[in-house]
Every structure is written in structure tokens, then in C-alpha cells.
Design a protein around this ligand. Structure first.
Ligand SMILES: Cc1cc2nc3c(=O)[nH]c(=O)nc-3n(C[C@H](O)[C@H](O)[C@H](O)COP(=O)(O)OP(=O)(O)OC[C@H]3O[C@@H](n4cnc5c(N)ncnc54)[C@H](O)[C@@H]3O)c2cc1C
Length: 454
């Protein structure tokens, strides 16, 4: 491979803060808010895109605030976020679901607004359009990050950095050991979401209920479609028929979720196998393919699903969503067995219930494996094994391939983010590295904020 030598140069220090959060997805906004709590610390949140929210803004239902018994297990800051959205009529109730345990619908645009409101109220300094391209590491401790922007290359120094990039970008650059995918390095495929409006929802519901057996549905009983919000996963027979007639569909199931508006759905029916989003050429390939696929999915829905005849393509989010990329190797790696056996950890910082939801690395299907009960996420999954001064929250925390396929959902990522933010704050207050923080104090902070632990 051809290389060039980049000359060393002096760069500007844009800011010096106590806690720097990188990435503003569900984990990042909760981490920043929790770190800034009480207003004692200087907290900064940087984001490479022009808005806050990450994957919360691409039209996905927020899965698994509830457990299989319908009890709420994700509470605290994640619930307060929903309360803010509800005050704007922009979020639904937490709705039980046989397949996905529970779903909560929230409006993508309002999420961006509410995330700003949260950062303003917490006194978090937000910097958009800033990409963290490197980590500043001294003696095995992260001291800040290098950012790239229209202003050039700059440094932000911090006592603690929380990596919420989804791709463990900061951790990777800091030299933290990272993994990708299954034993062969294969990852879950990315998908480009899109919304449709003009759907006759009454007709969709009637058809599913009245023709349930003809459709090939995935374990959800017909009652689930009668009223309220739902995710449609199934209609396999229609899909197979469309494929046999030449429709260019890459998924085996029809998947769409009701939106905030009655005539609105968000469709999850594109996918590209073999993508590594940490390589821009590979991610570009995914964008290119998904954009072609979405028109085939629109054509299929309009031709095959009663109620969609007069619907139109309304919104395509600005990026193809990444289900899986890098995860760190932390002080503890949560395994599929921990999760399915519902094992207890003394350093639990979140309780979750979502099943292993593995979109096959190849082909168009998905496997769900349910846990025997609620499971716990230990604090050590947020702490890199070796490097200090750094926490990692969200889908890039330390999980094996299958455990990550469960913990990646957004309610769980929010809970991990809140825990990381609280831990960073408490560690600075106590003058210790986040790897040495008193986890009991973190647990108390989470409970004091209305959280739930076992
Ligand atoms: C197609 C698809 C369907 C899904 N379905 C569901 C679902 O139905 N329900 C559900 O709850 N979950 C679902 N998920 C999973 C969920 O959306 C993600 O796992 C979750 O959003 C991860 O949260 P996060 O905060 O870790 O990262 P993200 O939401 O990815 O946020 C990361 C943020 O960091 C920013 N960033 C990244 N790198 C840098 C950098 N170097 N510098 C600065 N900023 C950076 C990004 O721009 C982004 O804003 C789905 C995911 C996909 C892709």
C-alpha cells in the first residue's frame, strides 16, 4: 500500500473540559446530561452530523422499555426523555409486543429538538460538525481527542472522554482492543429506513386481523394489530410471491412500524450484506445499494399490502443505519449466555429484557432468541480493559456478537449512556479514574434519578 508521511504540526486547543462526550445518539445525549447533572462540571458533546440524536432520528421504534411481563425496566433519564417528548405529543405509550417485548414510537424531528432542550437545560456545550478523528493518549490515559472540521484540525482536552460513537472511534484510536462481528468477522447488515404517508391504516389493520393465516406472520397474535402502535414483522408469503415475480427485495419479511401520525409508517426493508461501516468505501456501497432497494420496497408495499395503494414515499433519513461495527474489549465482555441465563452482576448499571435479535449476516432473515428473564449490564462493559480516562457506552460497549444483538436497542443504549455519564461525574468528584469509581455510588445516582436496578 502506498503511504505518505504527514509532518507533525502544532494545532489549536479548542476547549478544555471535565467530560467530553463524543457522539450524540441515545447513549451520547444521556451520557452528556448525566455528566452535567448538578452543574458542577464542564461538559461538552461533539457530533459529526448537523443534528443531535444519532439513530434515534431515523424512524425506528424505541424497543424494550418494558420487560416480557409488561413491567418497566428502563426508567431514569431514558423515561424523562420520553416524558419531554410526550409533553410535545411526540411519543406514544410503551406498548407491549409479543415479538419485540415493547415498542415506543417517537417523532424523529421532535427528538432532535428535545435532545437540544436537554443539552441546554443541563448546560452541556454542544459542538456539531466536528468529527473525532484521533485520541490524545499519554501514559496509557486518554487526555482528549483530535477533531476535524471546517476549522481544520484541533484538540479538545478532557479529564474523561465518553465514546458514544457507535463505532468505538475514540477507543480504537486510543489503542483499546476492539472486535467486529462473529467468529468470522461478519456483521449484521445495515439498512436505510424510509417513511410512507397516505397509508389507510384501518384497512391495513383489518386485513391483517381477517387474513392472518394467509400472511405468514412472525409470532405476533392478530390482536396486536387491532389498535395502538405496532410493528409489522411477517407477511412472508406476500413477500415470497413478489420476489418470485421479480421484485428486487433483499429481506424475507415485510417490516414496517406505525408512525406518530395515523397514516404514517416507517419501513425497514433494505439491507446489504458484507458491509463494514468503518471503511467509507464499504459504507458508500451500502448507501448506493439501499437507495436502489428502497424503491422496490415501496413498489412491493403499494402492490401487495391492502391500505398502501395510495401511499407515497415521504422521508428518507440522511444515512443508512448501522446495526453493528466495532465493540471494545472491556473489563468484562457480556456474553449471550449471561443474557439468556439472566445472570446477576454486583456492578449492574442497567436492567434489560430485549432478546438477541440477529439480522443474518447473509441472506434476508433474522433470528430472535429470548432470555429466560430480565438481564443485567455490568459497569465493567463500559470500561476499556487497559486504557484509562475513557468510558464507552451504547452499541460499541463490551459485548460478544450475540449479546450485542440484544443490548444494541435504543432504550438499553440510553441506560448505558446515563450510567457512563454518572460514573464520569462521580469519578472526577472523587478524584479517581472511571475504572476505579465506586460503582455503588453510580448505582445510587441512577436510582436517585428514578432508574431501575435489581
Ligand atoms: C436499521 C436499524 C434498525 C434498528 N432497529 C431498532 C429498533 O427498531 N429499535 C431500537 O431500539 N433499536 C434499533 N436499532 C439499534 C439502534 O438504533 C442502535 O443500536 C442505537 O441507536 C445505538 O446507539 P448509540 O448511541 O450507541 O449510537 P448511534 O445511535 O449510532 O449514535 C452515534 C452518534 O455518534 C456520531 N458519531 C459517530 N462517529 C463520530 C465521530 N468520530 N465523531 C463525532 N461524532 C461521531 C454519529 O453521527 C451519531 O450521531 C436499529 C439499528 C439499525 C441500524
Amino acid at each position: 500500500m502506498k503511504t505518505i508521511k504527514e509532518p507533525a504540526r502544532e494545532i489549536r486547543v479548542r476547549a478544555e473540559v471535565d467530560v467530553l462526550v463524543v457522539g450524540s445518539g441515545p447513549a451520547g445525549i444521556m451520557a452528556a446530561e448525566a455528566a452535567a447533572k448538578d452543574g458542577k462540571l464542564k461538559v461538552m458533546l461533539i457530533e459529526s452530523r448537523g443534528y443531535l440524536g444519532g439513530n434515534l432520528t431515523i424512524g425506528l421504534p424505541i424497543l424494550s422499555y418494558l420487560n416480557a411481563k409488561g413491567e418497566q425496566v428502563i426508567k431514569g433519564a431514558a423515561q424523562k426523555f420520553i416524558d419531554r417528548l410526550r409533553a410535545r405529543n411526540a411519543a406514544s405509550e410503551h406498548t407491549p409486543c409479543k415479538l419485540h417485548i415493547s415498542l415506543t414510537i417517537a417523532d424523529s424531528e421532535e427528538i432532535k429538538t428535545v435532545a437540544w432542550e436537554m443539552m441546554d437545560d443541563a448546560g452541556v456545550d454542544v459542538l456539531l460538525y466536528a468529527f473525532a478523528s484521533d485520541a490524545i493518549v499519554e501514559d496509557g490515559c486518554v487526555k482528549g481527542v483530535i477533531i476535524e472540521s471546517k476549522a481544520g484540525r484541533e484538540a479538545i482536552l478532557a479529564k474523561t472522554v465518553i465514546d458514544c460513537t457507535g463505532d468505538a472511534d475514540v477507543a480504537f484510536r486510543a489503542g483499546v482492543e476492539c472486535r467486529k462481528g462473529d467468529e468470522r468477522g461478519r456483521m449484521q447488515p445495515p439498512s436505510l429506513m424510509f417513511s410512507m404517508r397516505g397509508v389507510n391504516m384501518a384497512q391495513v389493520r383489518d386485513n391483517v386481523v381477517n387474513h392472518y393465516d394467509e400472511y405468514g406472520m412472525d409470532i405476533m397474535p392478530p390482536e396486536q394489530f387491532r389498535k395502538g402502535k405496532f410493528t409489522m414483522v411477517g407477511m412472508r408469503k406476500q413477500l415470497a410471491d413478489a420476489r418470485s415475480k421479480g421484485y428486487g427485495l433483499t429481506v424475507d419479511r415485510t417490516i414496517f412500524t406505525t408512525g406518530i401520525n395515523d397514516d404514517e409508517v416507517w419501513v425497514n426493508m433494505t439491507r446489504v450484506s458484507g458491509v463494514d461501516s468503518t471503511d467509507p468505501a464499504s459504507y458508500t456501497h451500502a448507501e448506493h445499494k439501499c437507495r436502489k432497494q428502497l424503491y422496490e420496497a415501496v413498489r412491493y408495499l403499494k402492490d401487495y399490502i391492502p391500505g398502501f395503494e395510495n401511499a407515497w414515499l415521504e422521508t428518507v433519513p440522511p444515512f443508512t443505519g448501522i446495526r453493528e461495527s466495532r465493540v471494545i474489549v472491556g473489563k468484562y465482555t457480556l456474553t449471550k449466555e449471561d443474557l439468556l441465563e439472566a445472570r446477576h452482576f454486583d456492578d449492574e448499571i442497567a436492567v434489560a429484557s430485549y432478546p438477541v435479535d440477529l439480522h443474518h449476516e447473509e441472506g434476508g432473515d433474522c433470528t430472535l432468541i429470548y432470555s429466560k428473564g430480565d438481564y443485567e449490564i455490568p459497569y465493567r462493559t463500559l470500561v476499556p480493559e487497559k486504557i484509562k480516562g475513557l468510558l464507552v457506552a451504547g452499541r460499541n460497549a463490551s459485548m460478544d456478537h450475540k449479546a450485542m444483538a440484544a443490548t444494541r436497542v435504543m432504550a438499553t443504549c440510553m441506560a448505558m449512556g446515563e450510567a457512563a455519564g454518572a460514573a464520569a461525574r462521580i469519578a472526577i468528584e472523587d478524584g479517581v479514574d472511571p475504572s476505579e469509581v465506586d460503582v455503588k455510588k453510580v448505582q445510587k445516582a441512577l436510582l436517585d434519578n428514578g432508574g431501575y436496578l435489581r
